[in-house]
Write a protein that binds this ligand. Sequence first.
Ligand code: HAM
Length: 398
Amino acid sequence: MSVLPTQPYKGTTDFLPKDLAKRNYIFEKWRKYLIDHSYEEYETSVIEFAEVYKVKSGDELGTKQLYAFEDKGGRTIALRPEETPSLARMVVDNFDQVKQPARWFSIPNCFRYEQPQRGRRREFWQLNVDIIGASEGWADLEVLKMSGEMLLDFGAKKKDFVIYYNHRGVLDSFLREIGVKEDELKAQVYKVLDNWMKTEEKESHKALEELIGEKGKNQIACLIEGMDRETELWDDIIDDEYPEFARIYNQIEETIGGKFRIEFNPCIVRGLAYYTGLVFEAYDADPVNPRALFGGGRYDNLLDLYGKSVSCVGFAPGQVPITDFLETHGLMPTEFTQKPKMILIPTSEAAVQKCYISEVDKYIAEGFAVEVDIALERALNKRQETAHKKDAKAVVVE
Ligand code: HAM
């Protein structure tokens, strides 16, 4: 019989105890912060009906990256690539029990058929923080504030990261005003904006000009460079169409900009199709980590898909990019506080029995993590040496 391969499936991770300790450290910090802010934890299944992603997550996630397959009953199901559609479905399914606004979080593993690279895996864990049933306004500011504070909570400094925000609804209206009306063309303009920060300016200008002509290109370039004429149009749209967002728009930088860097950036469009308002992403200031640390936004229509109209806003940091971020900035602890170890070394069968009857409990009560060395056949000094190698105290039990 041939020997089976030992590597895990491409893009998934085997966590040795030392690696799991790092992941748990991150999860525990997240949990503590969120519980302190009155958020409640929930969980859904890793298996979800595939259709929702095809309709609402956008082409990238909904088709190209989706792990979808047919079950034995002929249903098309998927390994969740994100949590938000499952949250939407669960909220509608349990509608009367969800006291809105509900502040909820979850730390699911998600699956995307992506090219594994720094910051990106095929299986990854992602914290999801959402407010369910809160219309546009202060709730948007609350999640923005929390998203940045949670990085500060790991010890990050203001200079270490930046959050960029934008508004999808305003951007859509702006594009319409300057003549980008068809969905297909809008999607192509979105793509150029999405790549703006990673592309040479000349190339982005050229791509825009090819799509919407010189005038349109200039209008968008002016918006990105913050020139007056176009930002006036932008502000008019906010005031006329999104008065609730206008209320917080000028407060964002005032309220939270003192704590961390947060900047308006019209290039943030986000790949997911369901966003309707605020959209935001965070980036490491160190270019060694170029992928987003987290992303989020407002989705006021997603629950309509399941038959209820509920306004929601939230965000999701990924465990992989956050680990890279913490390690890059020297913020990942090297030691994880564990109980001191105690190894009991019984010298006979009766002594083993004594350990299991009383000694283990006795040392646990004294604050140790306790293990019984049952290798009675080995020489006593060898057993003591092994305990020493495991950084444990050793007690011989007669
Ligand atoms: P997303 O931007 O697709 O948004 O993912 C959010 C975060 O998940 C990313 O910024 C990154 O940290 C992490 N992430 C995504 N893909 C991978 C990957 N292949 N490997 C490692 N980490 C990854 C969403 O998923 C939205 N559902 C977030 C949301 C929650 N919006 C509102 N509420």
